[in-house]
Design a protein. Sequence first.
Length: 216
Amino acid sequence: MGGIPKDPKIIEGWLRAKAGITDDTAELRVALLRTMSELGADVSPEMTIEELEEASEKLAGVKETTGFKRGQQGLYIEARQIKAALKESTNILFAGDKWGKTQKGPRAFLAERVFVTPDQLCLGRQEPDGIEMVVGHITDRNGPRSTLGYHEYVRGSTIEFDVLSTRDAIQPEWWIDLWTHMEENGVGALRSQGYGKFDLIAWDQVDTLGNGTPGR
């Protein structure tokens, strides 16, 4: 499920939450323009917020739609989403343990030693397979209420990527647990609703460094 908002005003909030951008000046505007461009919008630095909203409307039938970024090879998800899923499963499975000589918490230990490449993981699609309407339920200062959102989705896509493990720090039995849990926990948006589950097709150790040192 695509999780990138297409409404500029919603993108701003998403950037603040995900990228830690807190001001309203140049940094936020640059990030906003870059994200809209990656979503496929025709934008330029001199555009006003109203013009950006108009550009975003061309991306989807409704402003509430969230979706995928687009690159030269079509739709893609980002490597950071795979790493985020790895960290989440690590925290679920191994919270309270201590890993390595430094006796760090497993989530922090993995975050410092495991890296996913390339940055863009292509989904093999130029357009999403469809748009799913999702009803959510939230509680805020006004009490409980329902929300309605639309999410682009892709079915049956196959992605391939490398996982670099510094000095092979993650033990083989840990990888088995992590991938098994991740298959059911999912990747991408709306994981709590059961979306984003996958099947691991292959997990092969390869020489990624080119000098006889094994990578993953």
